[in-house]
Design a binder for this molecule. Sequence first.
Ligand SMILES: Nc1nc2c(ncn2[C@@H]2O[C@H](COP(=O)(O)OP(=O)(O)OP(=O)(O)O)[C@@H](O)[C@H]2O)c(=O)[nH]1
Length: 216
Amino acid sequence: MPNPRKPQVETRSVLKVLILGDGGVGKTCIMGRFINDQFEDNSFHTIGVEFLNKDFALTGKNYTLQIWDTAGQERFKSLRTPFYRGTDICLLVFSLDDKSSFSNLSLWRQEFLHYADIQDPQDYPFIIVGNKVDLGAASRTVHAEEIKQWCSYHGNPPYYETSAKTDVNIGEVFKESVQQWIKRESDLDLNFKAAGNTLYLTPESQGNSKIRRYCC
Ligand SMILES: Nc1nc2c(ncn2[C@@H]2O[C@H](COP(=O)(O)OP(=O)(O)OP(=O)(O)O)[C@@H](O)[C@H]2O)c(=O)[nH]1
C-alpha cells in the first residue's frame, strides 16, 4: 500500500524519435495521425524541423515520445541536420508508390549517422516505414523483395507498412520505437556488466554523490 505521507514520484523516460525521408512521403501526416489522430489531405512542406510530445504507456511504464518531424526537401538540409544529435530512435520513411524515395533510403541513413555522430551504425535502432499502403497494389512501385534485401543488408531493422490516411500500423511503429529503446538500454547494460564494470558500493562510496554508474 502506498505511504500517504510520501509523495508519489512518477518516473517517465523521454525518448527522442526522429522522422526522416524524402519530401512528400508522409512524415508530417504520420506524426499528425499519432499525436492528434488526424490526417491532412493537403499538408504543406515542412521547413526545418518541428517537434511534438506524446505520452505513452507500455507494460506499466510511462514514456514521453518527443517526435521530431523534419523537412525532406534537399534545400532544407542545413536547417534539419543540426537536430539529429541525441536521437534515440530514427524512423526512415519512404512511400510505397515512390521508387526514388526508397532508393534514397541509404542516403538518409548515411546523413543521419554522420550528423548524429553515431559510432556503432550496425547497432543503431532504425525503423523502416513504407507509407501510403492504402493506395493499394496498383500504385505500388516498391516491392517486398527489394525491401527485404535492403533491410537484410542494413542489419535487419524492423519494417512496417503504414497508412497515415487510414491509420494502418501508425501506433505500432511508435510502440516498436519504445520496444527498440528498451532493448538497446538493456543491451548496453549487459555489455557494461560483461566488460567487468561492476560497481561495488562500499560504505564510503555510498556517501559519495560523485560516483556514477556509467562513465562518460
Ligand atoms: N494516400 C495517402 N496519402 C498520404 C499518406 N500520408 C501522407 N499522404 C499525403 O502525402 C502528401 C505529403 O504528406 P506530408 O506528410 O506533408 O509529407 P512529408 O514527408 O512530411 O513532406 P515534407 O514536409 O516535404 O518533407 C500529402 O498530400 C498527404 O496528404 C498516406 O498514408 N496515404
